[in-house]
Design a protein around this ligand. Sequence first.
Ligand SMILES: Cc1ncc(C[n+]2csc(CCOP(=O)(O)OP(=O)(O)O)c2C)c(N)n1
Ligand SMILES: CC(=O)[C@@H](O)[C@H](O)COP(=O)(O)O
Ligand SMILES: [Mg+2]
Length: 620
Amino acid sequence: MNYALLNSIHGTADLKRLRPDQLPELASQMRHYLIETLAPIGGHLGAGLGVVELTIALHYLLNSPRDKIIWDVGHQAYPHKILTGRLPGMPGIRQYGGLCGFTKRAESDHDPFGAGHASTSISAAYGMAVGRDLSHQDHQVVAVIGDGALTGGMAFEAMNHAGGNNNKLLVILNDNEMSIAPNVGAMSSYLARIISGRSYTQAKDTAKRILEKLPGALDAAKRVEEHVKGMITPGTLFEEMGFRYIGPVDGHDFDHLLPTLQNCSRLNGPTLLHVVTRKGLGFSPAEEDPETWHGLGPYDVKTGEPFKSSGQAASYTQVFADMLADMADADDRVVAITAAMPGGTGLTRFAARHPDRCFDVGIAEQHAVTFAGGLAASGKRPYVAIYSTFMQRAYDQIIHDICIQNLPVTFCLDRAGIVGADGATHTGMFDLAFMRNLPNMTVMAPKDEAELRRMLVTSLTIDGPVAIRYPRGHGYGVSIEDSSPLPVGHAEVLTEGDSGLVIAVGSRVHDALQAVETLRSEHGRAMTLLNLRFIKPLDEQAIMIHLKSGQPLIIVEEGVAAGGAGQQIAVLALQHGWHGPFAHIAMPDAFPAHGTQAEILRDLGLDAAGILSRLRQLIA
Ligand SMILES: Cc1ncc(C[n+]2csc(CCOP(=O)(O)OP(=O)(O)O)c2C)c(N)n1
Ligand SMILES: CC(=O)[C@@H](O)[C@H](O)COP(=O)(O)O
Ligand SMILES: [Mg+2]
């Protein structure tokens, strides 16, 4: 493909020099460029392809960075990055040292607000609109939010606030009928009805029938018609929330988009523009299967097939989902909940076997947790599968609705620890610290996929809240025959030696074992290695039996050091009078960069080589 037009755009000023009739060609080149550039590296393709025209139109008419464009989640912002001077960096997006996969303030003045988590854009944009008005400035503030992100409560909290006031704010609802998976819920049906126009037609028919049945009461019936029409005319809900509703508009047609956006930008007060787009537009595999092509690894442009790495063990996610489905076979109290991530959490597999016991609540982590509380209070055993990073949203619900009432809800924290290309916003670095300090909570971390299965079985024996955290990626291909429950609160001794005690948590156990074995074979120094298994309750007895005063104590965990298991173990050791060399190999008080999981673990000294080097220092 010839990218001459695209390559001539070094910033938004170049875009503005184009004639309107050149924009479709620019859109076409940008689509091809995205499809080709992401093929060897993967990334969030589908959402960006869907907003190519919208992004071009916004930058054509607005004056970023003076005008503020806030992209919700930020995964669809690749076209925005291209138009704002970041085209040369695109081949390195989400790679180590490369561009961030989301919007990021530190990366560009054109990213006025960073994101990664959903449903924040209207709040941030409204804050900027109010800030602008307080400072008597007059730039535009535009939030672009997807129909999936609109299922998040924050979006409605923000609309409730903004709609009650008169600050100028444009919210663009990018409606492609998809979250990552097909969008769910009543709002999604409402938007679909607006697009199809059926509700409006039906309402008119209903009013007509009322008219026919009430001869002589024409005025009254006329009023009924007006009322019914008013109730379900497109966008009434938004109008009732204080927003001027405009749309629906074809988000791929510049002839519609440009004049509509131009008009919207002249309006005062809060306005919602409903734009209809197609996720993955321009690449048929992505149009046909938008869920797979939402975000993926490398793929073959010619065949339209994602590359599959052969010979890999099952992922933790798959093992989790299959085990939970087995448990649901045997126990009809078991139910599963996802917050808009049925694929990512594996619950699509669970739903295939137990469709009536699997609930996708939308991007609503807080609701997911309290909904689980309600299910638990009615005798069910809910398993809430949410990525570690997204669970941060629901902390008060975990405390107030689950832990205080000691309800048997199990939190299945996928993507715990380093996630790789998604970087800081998606890193699951806090869950060990925030879960282990909650009364009534049991916290487990499996060393491999077999242990994950046993921990799930164990959770069913515990009559209270449980958190199980496991990493992104594949297991080790170990045998998963044993499905017996684990003794609660007991660590596992993996090696024994008198040169020191290493305690490793979950995902770091295998690398710690490798380091301990290398130390023994290369230096003849044997250490005891405990697989902690239970971060809470802590196996104080096993720790104190194996901890010898004067000898090194090393704790390895893939989570933030502050408040992590290591700090609690250190306090325990000191309370028992232990003294000796100490190392807490964990994540520092800083957000990690993006790259592969291996690169980030290496940087943090959390891989086998890093652990080995710390062990060598300690015994030196
Ligand atoms: C709080 C939170 N939960 C879940 C996610 C995972 N997630 C990322 S994008 C997405 C779907 C967003 O759908 P939509 O806003 O409609 O954007 P589209 O991809 O359709 O353009 C989800 C669930 C997230 N980023 N943040
Ligand atoms: C944008 C977003 O939040 C998701 O698409 C996320 O990137 C998915 O991560 P996984 O690839 O680990 O499922
Ligand atoms: Mg969508």
